[in-house]
Design a protein around this ligand. Structure first.
Ligand code: PHE
Length: 449
């Protein structure tokens, strides 16, 4: 499709891959726990508004940059630059996104490794190996090392196979599997005592909280992380879309899937927390705040599963498999960012590039694991709190201020001849030019204070 660099074979291929990147630990773990610690439904309400009003326009900017450039993030941004200064600026933004993706993968791989270890633990218990089961769920350097290596290995395996045979094929397999697991788990949890109290907390907003700055900040950060913005990932996925596709609807579909799955995950996790509470497991600390996020997933939910008896083991396997699969379709997109850059700019063979870059990122993970208490939080803060909003904002600046309006319109017209007459063209350009950079900038500055 897109010549020798490969591309998605169909519209469904892109939707599955981009939704696969977007839907990850951010949706299934981050969103529900942020919701629970930010006043329940009030957070959900603001998240929905910010996701559609700010994250969707920024997402459109990134996939359009990619489809226009038909190349990795740096080359794509440079194609729309006219002066030497703009070309340098393009390099900084594109490369900044690539670094951000690599940094995110370095901590994401560790967390995904924990998910994989927790998937295997009930099996170890079922076959009577309690010592192994215990090792699998206890925090140790060796356990972390083994499972991060396994997870990064899987990521390298998929990315080395290319766009159609790797990313697309595996996203198409894994995404339906993940959705089925999610729906089955929700169905089961809803039958348990305490679930309706959880539903109530999740769905009845306390409107007095919706404008709290800390709530807005968390909701916007969550929306950006969830749509994988500011990491070059959506630029590169955009570059694999055929020129025949209508970008406006494709972008809206992916955003809708991402938001819906976050919402569904909330329907699972929040009622599950209240079910656990009904069974005597503590979920709120003495001061009324939610227990920290990792306690929730790695202590509260497992003790809920244990209290369910033999069926609990299967629910636990399903739950952690769901987390691991969601993480894998995201991590492949993170590796694709740097790999596509090296393959296209330095003519390195894809298999080689995937292996070496994957191993390089794994070493970074090892460094983090060896200095866990200092580096883990720091890398998350640098990449998601600073890196992503800055790069995403600069991508909007590129589209709004550097890309010539006519050329932008031509790009949108490919696959959607009548775009000029629709509401999208009336609103979106001004959004990307002014509203998105200003809002992201304001939120970012506020987060520094
Ligand atoms: N969107 C993914 C999630 O919600 C995380 C991600 C961030 C993926 C950045 C790619 C790039 O888990």
């Amino acid at each position: 499709m897109a010549g020798s660099r490969g591309g998605f074979s169909s519209r469904l291929g892109f939707i599955m891959a981009a939704a696969g990147s977007a839907v990850g630990l951010g949706n299934i773990w981050g969103f529900p726990t942020q919701t629970a610690s930010n006043g329940g439904a009030a957070f959900v309400f603001m998240y929905l508004i910010l996701a559609f009003c700010l994250a969707y326009p920024a997402f459109m900017a990134e996939i359009l940059i990619g489809r226009f450039g038909q190349a990795n993030a740096v080359t794509s941004l440079q194609k729309m630059s006219r002066t030497v200064f703009q070309k340098r600026f393009a390099f900084v933004v594109g490369f900044g996104g690539i670094i951000c993706a690599a940094l995110i993968l370095s901590f994401y791989g560790i967390v995904a490794g924990w998910m994989m270890a927790h998937t295997i633990e009930p099996i170890a218990k079922l076959v009577g190996s309690d010592a192994t089961a215990n090792w699998l769920v206890s925090f140790s350097f060796v356990r972390n090392l083994v499972f991060t290596a396994l997870f990064v290995g899987l990521t390298i395996f998929i990315i080395s196979r290319g766009v159609e045979e790797g990313i697309e094929k595996w996203s198409k397999r894994l995404m339906p599997m993940m959705l089925t697991l999610l729906v089955l788990l929700i169905g089961y949890v809803m039958t348990l005592e305490g679930a309706s109290e959880g539903l109530n907390a999740y769905l009845n907003p306390d409107f007095s909280r919706v404008l709290e700055p800390s709530l807005l900040l968390s909701a916007l950060g969550q929306a950006f992380f969830s749509l994988s913005l500011g990491t070059s990932v959506m630029v590169i996925y955009g570059s694999y879309i055929s020129k025949k596709e209508n970008m406006v609807t494709l972008g809206a579909q992916v955003t809708l899937i991402d938001v819906s799955i976050a919402f569904l995950a909330g329907l699972l996790i929040i009622p599950a927390m209240y079910v656990a509470q009904a069974q005597g497991v503590q979920i709120f600390a003495a001061d009324g705040s939610l227990l920290s996020e990792d306690t929730l997933v790695f202590t509260v939910l497992p003790s809920l599963f244990t209290s369910m008896g033999s069926v609990g083991a299967f629910i636990a396997i399903g739950f952690f498999a769901l987390m691991s699969i969601a993480a894998l379709t995201s991590s492949i997109s993170m590796l694709e960012g740097p790999v596509s850059y090296v393959v296209e700019r330095h003519n390195v063979e894809r298999k080689k590039a995937s292996t070496y870059i994957g191993i390089g990122i794994f070493f970074l993970s090892v460094l983090i694991m060896a200095n866990f208490s200092t580096l883990f939080g720091l890398v998350i803060t640098i990449s998601t709190k600073y890196g992503q909003p800055i790069v995403a904002m600069l991508c909007c600046v590129f589209v709004g201020w550097i890309w010539q309006r006519n050329s932008l319109l031509q790009e949108l017209k490919e696959g959607h001849q009548l775009v000029e007459e629709g509401i999208f063209w009336k609103i979106w350009p001004i959004y990307t030019k002014v509203v998105c950079p200003a809002a992201i900038g304001m939120v970012f500055l506020h987060s520094l204070s």
